[in-house]
Design a protein around this ligand. Sequence first.
Ligand SMILES: O=C([O-])C(=O)C[C@H](O)[C@@H](O)C(=O)[O-]
Ligand SMILES: [Mg+2]
Length: 432
Amino acid sequence: MDERSMLVSEVRVTPILMEDAPLLNRHGVHQPYATRCIIEIRTEGGEVGLGESYGDQEYLDALRLLAEHLPGHSVTAPNRLWGLAAEVLRPDAVDPRLVDEQSAGWLFGRANLSRLHGIAVSAFEVALLDALGRTVGLPVHALLGGKVRDRVDYAAYLFYRWDEHPTPGAPRDDWPEALDPAGVVGQAERMVDEYGFRSLKLKGGVFPPEEEVAAVEALREAFPERPVRLDPNGIWSVETSARVADELRGVVEYLEDPCLGVSDMAQVHRRTGVPLATNMCVTTPEDVPGAFAAEAVQILLCDHHFWGGLVATQQLAAICRTHGVGLSMHSNTHLGISLAAMTQAAACVRGRLHACDTHRPWQGEDVVTRPHRFVEGAVAVSDEPGLGVELDREALDRLHRRWLDSDVRGRDDVAAMRAADPEWTMPPAPRW
Ligand SMILES: O=C([O-])C(=O)C[C@H](O)[C@@H](O)C(=O)[O-]
Ligand SMILES: [Mg+2]
């Protein structure tokens, strides 16, 4: 094959706004529209590779900056993206919020340079692998060493939610409110009916822990065969976390980020023995040694969007296997290109993989022509070349026009909550 045909000729990073549901979490509520960006890489040989990543303005700027340096890069060399990212995305070249270690504004860990590079590499690595796979006629999983499973299990991602956004004129879906155990069980019933999910995860941190414990117990009673997890995003103290862990021992598969930080998580696990998962206190490779040594984490939620991509996911999986730490996948609001990438990566992970998180059922829109179907809670691993998805150009244009016509440029669940409660501010941690 002619080497020149493998070179990147053009890169497009297109910001979009997609409808989102009024899902509640410890910060507040999801905005009516969420930002995201779609990446298209064209090769000299005429293939196109797709990627999907965060769309907050500061990330968009960083991704566009890196994109300028990609023409001439070979789709056969995704590993070289790390060196390029280190060269181009220096602390003085990016928005300070992306590298400020003190900024813990997100629901998935602190910002820092290592994480920024992981995010940037991932966004383009996926697109390069897609283009390479299409060029040579192989699925991405073959480029990662081959799939070890044909279907990837996902969990029903249950949220406390309102039936509609407090913002006038916001889009509305057809899910009813879920604000108590009966509402949560009703939501789970519909998720199980429509998607067949065989694991359940409740996003907590919204109501006092007793109410969330009651919801988890109600889920367990309604679905005795299905593992249940609870994730309050680190809003409990060590005392509260230990109490909840004692109450839910044997009821939950694991507790996810009951409290913040390696030392507090380790204390809770030491005191209770209940398995703990995280997508908050271990989010870069540098976090791994200390957290594993302290036994703060029994299940790590990988997320290729911030761990550096699909190859990095395999490397992280190997580290977890070596240390006897289980693996699952974190997700926040995403569309079908991300789901395709998550599924290809998960397909290659050897050993036990806990059902992965996905927000996909909450999105009524997509930018791929054939949105994925969940059958018995799983997505079939595509064997088509690349990621196995095609871009719906008309949908992309529509969601991009929406972005152009709007001033929403990032995620702010605290501000969104103020539409319902003008006094609302970021809750302290621990809150309970
Ligand atoms: O597992 C998690 O912590 C998440 O999925 C973080 C997300 O941002 C979720 O909490 C959300 O979207 O509200
Ligand atoms: Mg979490």
